[in-house]
Design a protein around this ligand. Structure first.
Ligand code: SF4
Length: 515
């Protein structure tokens, strides 16, 4: 059998990347020793070339909707070179036949890859591969540890570990709760701590907790189970909550220079005990999905567990008051948005003490409720772009891909795109960034903050929503250039002798309302 390659496809390579694509290293960890060390290709660093693939090699390609088209191109090239091609990832799970038809797949893995990957490789080696493998949903205690020894240390700013998969919410624009499931599956604290220690030994001190939702059980969930006298549900929820605290207690014992970043729902702001534990664990930042600043907008996306208006400002500020920086995520283009929504959103983002913000335009992602609704609404009369139906928008070449898909009741797509770009420009104007940089103390740290804010804006806004190709390529060049010094800002001296701290009894008090 030839060599195993794992490819993370990307149309844009920056030479340096912000966060390690964890799945590459997890599948490397799941690759049996008999197949040797897999060759890992992260195209956000450098693109693959056809000569990398030889006849008889096995090429695993992980795709989500945004990089599916590039993934299919790599798949066809690898197959033409005589390699065996396997697709996996969220998008391949949703459209396994598409990977066969367009991506040159010999096999497709749906669901989690960790458990089934060794069988896929062994079947190829035996010459008996299946067309589709169902990887299912791997239990938390069976998550495979990543092979960080294969990581090119000097290419990434942040490392990533995963502590929980799945999200109990059901936001209409999101596919996570459908693909990863609504039942949270948490990794053991011991295995998370072991990976973090390994990464700190290598010199990573910034680590993303790459979760769907770090706060899977809210105080409201517990109170509701208690009110309904549903003891079994209450105990199950409490067990998940206790595991979160156990994990945070363990992270708190690690070297003081470690900093973590995660994704969380806004409801965590109502839970001071949880926020205090996050601070002790040095989970210093969180992406919070604010999405919309109006009650009508939140209702339209099934996210009315969020607050709006001044109550929202207070809620977001409470993260900062507990020492947690927020990257607020907002969506534009909801049917309830009006021209004044853009200014109102910017004003709220500025008033809420957010450290960073992102402003995305509504995209119907396959697997989400919004996508199913939209697809049904245009069935039989889908507009075509370059011969591709709009309901398969990921197959349209990126330069021709529309920035918005559904018609808006009061604004044109171009208006929404332009206003969104203006909000990015104003939130990341030099003056606004410099004012926000007061969240760090020294001048050196403030300059680093400015640099990172600008990098974030260039990597995302100018390459993601701009329609001007000159602006896109300028932004890519600029991001490539600035990414290297930024990486050095995040690096730390390796600690090769760092030991894994032993488990300790729970330090924090029990959850409110529990015995
Ligand atoms: S957007 Fe966030 S909270 Fe909503 S379903 Fe997706 S992961 Fe869960």
């Amino acid at each position: 059998m030839g060599r195993v390659h794992l490819v993370n496809p990307s149309d844009t390579a920056f030479g340096t990347a912000v966060i390690t694509p964890r799945w590459l290293y997890v599948l490397a960890g799941a690759t049996p020793e008999a197949f040797g060390d897999p060759h890992l290709i992260d195209e956000t660093l450098e693109q693959s070339t056809p000569s990398m693939f030889e006849p008889g090699d096995i090429v695993g390609i992980g795709i989500h909707t945004a990089n599916a088209l590039r993934g299919y191109e790599v798949g066809r090239i690898a197959r033409e070179r005589g390699a065996y091609v396997v697709f996996g990832g969220i998008h391949a799970s949703l459209y396994p036949e598409e990977a066969h038809e367009i991506g040159g797949a010999h096999a497709v893995v749906t669901g989690d890859g960790d458990g089934v990957w060794p069988r896929v490789l062994e079947d190829f080696a035996a010459g008996t591969p299946s067309r589709v493998y169902d990887g299912g949903k791997v239990r938390g205690n069976a998550f495979v540890a990543a092979r960080w020894d294969l990581l090119p240390r000097k290419k990434y700013m942040w490392a990533s570990v995963q502590t929980v998969r799945g999200c109990p919410k059901h936001c209409s624009f999101c596919s996570v709760w459908r693909t990863d499931g609504q039942e949270p599956r948490a990794s053991t604290a011991e295995s998370v701590v072991r990976e973090v220690v390994e990464l700190r030994r290598m010199g990573f001190r910034f680590i993303a907790l790459a979760e769907d939702n770090f706060y899977p059980v809210t105080l409201k969930d517990l109170a509701m189970a208690e009110r309904r006298a549903n003891t079994a549900a209450f105990e199950a929820l409490k067990a998940i909550r206790d595991e979160r605290f156990e994990l945070m207690d363990r992270l708190a014992q690690l070297p003081k220079d470690l900093i973590f970043f995660t994704q969380i729902t806004m409801e965590a702001a109502e839970d001071p005990e949880f926020l205090a534990a996050m601070k002790r664990a040095r989970i210093a930042g969180a992406l919070v999905g604010v999405e919309s600043v109006t009650p009508e907008g939140l209702k339209s996306i099934y996210k009315d567990f969020n607050l709006a208006g001044d109550a929202l400002v207070e809620r977001l500020r409470s993260f900062r008051e507990h020492g947690i920086h927020v990257l607020g995520s907002f969506i534009f283009g909801l049917s309830t948005d009006r021209q004044e929504t853009f200014d109102a959103t910017l004003d709220l983002a500025l008033r809420s003490d957010l450290t960073f913000a992102q402003f995305v335009t509504l995209t119907p992602f396959p697997g989400s409720v919004d996508f199913a609704r939209w697809e049904a609404s245009v069935k039989g009369r889908e507009p075509l772009v370059q011969g591709v139906p709009l309901t398969r928008h990921w197959l349209i070449p990126p330069q021709q891909r529309p920035k918005l898909y559904s018609p808006h009741p009061t604004m044109s797509a171009e208006e929404i795109r332009r206003y969104t770009q203006q909000v990015w420009d104003r939130f990341y104007s030099f003056g606004a960034v410099w004012r926000r940089s007061r969240c760090v103390r020294s001048i050196k740290a403030r300059l680093a903050f400015v640099l990172i804010s600008k990098l974030y804006r260039q990597m995302y806004a100018n390459t993601g929503i701009s329609t001007d190709s000159a602006r896109v390529s300028r932004a890519s060049r600029w991001a490539r250039w600035i990414a290297k010094p930024c990486r050095r800002l995040f690096a730390a001296r390796p600690m090769p002798d760092l030991a894994v701290p032993p488990p300790t009894p729970r330090l924090a008090p029990p959850a409110p309302g529990t015995c």
